[in-house]
Design a protein around this ligand. Structure first.
Ligand code: SF4
Length: 229
């Protein structure tokens, strides 16, 4: 009986919980075309993300690329709810191959090792790599976190901090729009190339972004305190 339980029943529970992060061993799936830019999401260094394996919110110490979730649900985009099956089962990524839900020791061993980044997927000195680097330079989460910490901590935040953060939001949106105007890239491709927009991720740092006639303003939220509990 125990033996029966100790094998994958293909119930789909792990695929419903969320998609896998990718590792350098998965690069061939991108090169073969199984995984394309619009299937992927970049989580940038310093971003606050939900860690499904550890079941907590963490600040990423290094960039990672993962498969996207379906819209409005956590399940992996390759999960077929009707059959509870994987649409790329024969080519599924490393984490899906090693995950045994009855014993998570194997996935915990590989989980943080040798993670795939955008730089692994861009050609050396490519225009895509250069524009992603420029975006990272102008919109780094190291600086976002510093500014957000100070703004949250002060009842009357320093205007220079507010202006700098608003400027980063403008830069972030501007780089995306300029790239999209030139290439007609879809929104999912933009989220692979530049990660999620600061408008989407700043609430995780305790600041909601509001666009007003005077520019971008920030509203403090309790998200930061919730993450820390
Ligand atoms: S790639 Fe396939 S096996 Fe892996 S989480 Fe997605 S649907 Fe499940």
């Amino acid at each position: 009986m125990e033996k029966e339980n100790n094998r994958c029943q293909r119930c789909g529970t792990c695929c419903r919980k969320g998609p896998p992060g990718l590792h350098r061993l998965d690069k061939r799936l991108y090169e073969q075309g199984t995984l394309q830019k619009g299937h992927l999401l970049t989580l940038r260094q310093g971003e606050l993300v939900r860690d499904n394996v550890m079941d907590r919110t963490i600040r990423l110490s290094e960039e990672m690329v993962r498969i996207r979730s379906k819209s409005h649900e956590a399940a992996c985009i390759f999960f077929d709810g009707k059959t509870s099956g994987c649409q790329i089962y024969e080519s599924r990524p490393l984490e899906c191959r090693v995950l045994e839900c009855w014993d998570t020791s194997k996935i915990q061993q590989v989980y943080a090792e040798d993670r795939l980044t955008r730089a692994d997927l861009f050609l050396p000195d490519s225009a895509l790599g250069q524009i992603a680097d420029a975006h990272e330079h102008h919109c780094s989460y190291a600086r976002v976190a510093e500014l957000a910490d100070r703004i949250r901590a002060n009842a009357e935040p320093d205007k220079r901090d507010l202006q700098e953060l608003a400027g980063m939001v403008v830069q972030d949106l501007g780089i995306r729009k300029s790239f999209q105007d030139k290439t007609k890239a879809g929104d999912f491709v933009l989220e692979f190339l530049f990660g999620r927009s600061l408008v989407r991720t700043l609430p995780g740092f305790g600041l909601e972004v509001r666009e007003t006639e005077e520019g971008y303003r920030f509203l403090k939220t309790d998200a930061w305190d919730r993450h820390r509990k």
